[in-house]
Design a protein around this ligand. Structure first.
Ligand SMILES: Cc1cc2nc3c(=O)[nH]c(=O)nc-3n(C[C@H](O)[C@H](O)[C@H](O)COP(=O)(O)OP(=O)(O)OC[C@H]3O[C@@H](n4cnc5c(N)ncnc54)[C@H](O)[C@@H]3O)c2cc1C
Length: 299
């Protein structure tokens, strides 16, 4: 095992998709003297639980631009870092139940086109050519985004980790950050394995970012909200359609009815956009668990 580093230019706290992506991108920019500290295994936070949908849609120019960049990166990453992963570019349909929604889609289409994406607004009569299983009687139209799809979030993170390590960056797993102090122009980050001095710290602790912020005297304004999705058994009609077409159905999003629906193998993954979503791990009678694992299913 290599020696524990005592200094680095940047220390990143948290080995989820965000922390590992930060490490990869810093290394790509030539900042290879960076260390990522993860209290557990990589992806053991929210990243492990993610459905892996890769939208480019946003009402914000800059968020759309970041998502566009991510989708482009995912297309070439496996080859670039030599780490094969499951990434399906299926396209997506976002449904409009009213004229207001169609106006929103026209605006998003203009933004997307300006950023070089082939986003389109479909009339109601064009929807079934993309998605035959959909009743369209109460729809006005849909936004079609050919760049959308799904990726395995754990594989993506491991691919970014491999890329970062290959460029010389370091990842130390099972190494929780327990303290931080300022010493002159440097930060001193404490862990059970020792201290690391650095110029910059990235707080990528995800659902624990508030806890990490406190070590630096910062109040990170955030709340953990619950979200879940349901996985279906195989649906024979979808299996037959996919076999005939040679590809998966596009991802479906309906923000008016409030859900996303994605083909997962030959079944479906249904994720509601929870209306009465509840904050979690915010009170003494609902404390944050040490780790965010899915308990093993008995049998
Ligand atoms: C059910 C569900 C479905 C989702 N679906 C999607 C989707 O389809 N598409 C999408 O884009 N997003 C989705 N998300 C959201 C997505 O999972 C998160 O936005 C993303 O994973 C956040 O990544 P992160 O790196 O910021 O945080 P995390 O993955 O939570 O990583 C934080 C890491 O920090 C580590 N850490 C915490 N404290 C310390 C410490 N003291 N020292 C060292 N390490 C520490 C943790 O162990 C953890 O590994 C979904 C989320 C859920 C729950």
């Amino acid at each position: 095992m290599s020696e524990f580093p005592t200094s680095a230019r940047v220390v990143i706290i948290g080995g989820g998709a965000v922390g590992v992506s930060s490490l990869y991108h810093l290394a790509k920019a030539g900042w290879t003297d960076c260390v990522l500290l993860e209290k557990n295994e990589l992806t053991s936070g929210s990243t492990w639980h993610a459905a892996g949908n890769v939208p480019t849609f946003s009402a914000s120019w800059s968020v759309m631009n970041m998502q566009r960049y991510s989708a482009e990166l995912y297309r070439r990453l496996a080859q670039e870092v030599d780490y094969p992963m499951n990434y399906h570019v299926t396209g997506s349909l976002r449904l409009a139940h009213g004229k207001e929604r169609m106006r929103e889609f026209q605006r998003v289409k203009s933004m997307g086109r300006y950023q070089g994406m082939d986003i389109d607004v479909l009339g109601v009569d064009e929807i079934n050519s993309r998605y035959p299983f959909l009743s369209t009687h109460d729809l006005q139209g849909a936004l079609y985004d050919p760049n959308d799809g799904d990726i395995d979030p754990a594989q993506l993170t491991q691919a970014l980790a491999k890329g970062a390590r290959d460029m010389g960056a370091k990842i130390i797993r099972f190494c929780p950050v327990t303290g931080a102090r300022r010493d002159g122009d440097e930060w001193v980050i404490s862990t059970p394995q020792g201290d690391i001095r650095c110029e910059y710290v990235v707080n990528a602790a995800g659902y624990r970012a508030q806890e990490i912020g406190k070590l630096f005297g910062r109040d990170v304004p955030m709340m953990v909200m619950s979200h879940q999705y349901l996985l279906f058994d195989e649906i024979p009609e979808i299996a037959a359609w996919s076999k005939e077409q040679g590809h998966k159905l596009p991802l479906l999003r309906d923000v008016d009815s409030s859900y996303y629906l994605r083909q997962e193998k030959n079944g479906m993954n249904l994720g509601p956009y929870e209306r009465n979503c509840r904050a979690h791990w915010a009170t003494a009678d609902d404390p944050m668990p040490d780790d965010f694992f899915v308990p093993a299913v008995p049998g």
